[in-house]
Ligand binder design. Structure first.
Ligand SMILES: Nc1nc2c(ncn2[C@@H]2O[C@H](COP(=O)(O)OP(=O)(O)OP(=O)(O)O)[C@@H](O)[C@H]2O)c(=O)[nH]1
Ligand SMILES: [Mg+2]
Length: 380
């Protein structure tokens, strides 16, 4: 049926019928994480046909949800003919095996969903290599599971990435592929490092932030770029850098980067280090925040955690509170400004854009303070 097909950069796929399930601590907001998971599924060509949550202090070590809940989930999956169950947390290989045996359906966890989504959206060779590496490393301990499922899978979630090339035929092949990918990515990293070093002296800015916050929209406005803007998570997977000319024609390098999300898989962060090289070396990070997000504080926390993992939590950073055109009441913005420099903008309408350009021009002409591990370059 036409309406059940999805077009993606990697081809056309049948939409999968997905049930979301989560074991959530009692005090936690249930709707936000499940809504985010639903957005991820929608981006990965799935259709959410049911959601089930269980309030419990700790997930069950064998089956994640309790036994009774698993039975309920099985009935729900039967009744609505689900293809796939996606769990909100990371599961151990044992948990996956137990739940799949009980439900007789494929089960994936949040990390795997994100990895497949990246695999589906990666456009450039570099992003594809990085995602393939992360996915292979993630799936390697689960290879037995991939074998048994291979014939049955015809939807996009749970097979993309290395699947097409039959790399998963055995562990040895996977290991060889992992080594090749690591070598290739290592070379990219070396090249990026040289590129970054050759730009020494030109001030550099990196736009970072939660996925869908409006980084590319702002980058396009600043640099007259043509980055892909979409209302879905992870539209951007590669770093792109362009020159922007500040006052007096002073060049500034501005980079747009991959977005962050809660519980971003560690392997993905490691793989994207090469792409994030610009960010790691940027003189100033512009942390773009969706000020109209239903949960901006949680988004801020998630970004903070990823920056810490990347080792750039101490970089000079401004907060750019974006999408203010969507706010009827702007008083909550005060709570999001944080202790340092903060500006309010709308990348859509252009409001606040002049103030931001002026602030960046002032920053560029004032010279940047030297960071630990980086020699002062004398820019003034
Ligand atoms: N109303 C409003 N929408 C905005 C604004 N800035 C961006 N958007 C919308 O927010 C969505 C995401 O914008 P992007 O620029 O793709 O966001 P991003 O941070 O680059 O997202 P990823 O690359 O997917 O992580 C798009 O639908 C944009 O049109 C804004 O200032 N106001
Ligand atoms: Mg983007």
């Amino acid at each position: 049926m036409q309406s059940d097909m999805f077009d993606t950069p990697r081809g056309r796929f049948r939409t999968e019928r997905v049930i979301l399930a989560g074991a959530l601590p009692r005090e936690r907001d249930v709707e936000t994480p499940m809504k985010e998971l639903a957005d991820l599924v929608a981006s990965a060509c799935g259709k959410v046909i049911g959601t089930m949550t269980q309030s419990r202090p700790h997930p069950d070590p064998r089956t994640y949800l309790g036994k009774g809940k698993i039975r309920e989930l099985r009935d729900l999956a039967e009744n609505c003919d689900a293809d796939l169950i996606v769990m909100d947390d990371d599961l151990t290989p044992v948990q996956v095996r137990n739940i799949e045996a009980a439900l007789e359906r494929r089960v994936i966890d949040r990390s795997e969903l994100i990895l497949h989504l990246f695999a589906l959206r990666a456009r450039t060779r570099q992003a594809q290599d990085q995602v393939e590496l992360a996915l292979l490393e993630y799936l390697r301990p689960r290879l037995r599971r991939m074998w048994t499922h291979l014939e049955r899978i015809d939807g996009p979630i749970g097979m993309r990435g290395p699947g097409e090339k039959q790399i998963e035929t055995d562990r040895r092949l996977a290991d060889r592929r992992i080594k090749d990918l690591r070598d290739r990515i290592g070379k990219i990293q070396d090249r990026r490092k040289r590129e970054v070093a050759s730009r020494e002296g030109i001030p550099s800015i990196s736009l970072i932030g939660y996925t869908n916050a409006g980084k590319t929209s702002l980058w396009n406005r600043l640099t007259r770029g043509d980055g892909l803007v979409e209302d879905r998570p992870f539209s951007t997977l590669d770093t792109r850098t362009k020159r922007w000319y500040a006052e007096a024609g002073r060049p500034v390098l501005v980079s747009d980067t991959v977005g962050f999300i809660r519980k971003l898989p560690h392997r993905l962060i490691a793989s994207f280090q090469a792409t994030l090289e610009e960010t790691l070396h940027a003189d100033l990070l512009l942390h773009v925040v969706d000020a109209a997000s239903p949960h901006p504080e949680a988004d801020l926390d998630a970004v903070e955690k990823v920056l810490q993992e990347l080792g750039c939590a101490e970089h000079p950073r401004w907060r750019i509170l974006n999408k203010i055109d969507r706010l009827t009441d702007r008083s909550p913005l005060a709570l999001l400004r944080g202790p340092g420099t903060a500006l309010e903008i709308s990348a859509r309408t252009g409001e606040g854009g002049d103030a931001l350009r002026q602030a960046l021009s002032d920053w560029a002409s004032a010279g940047r303070p030297a960071r630990a591990g980086k020699a002062p370059d004398g820019a003034s």
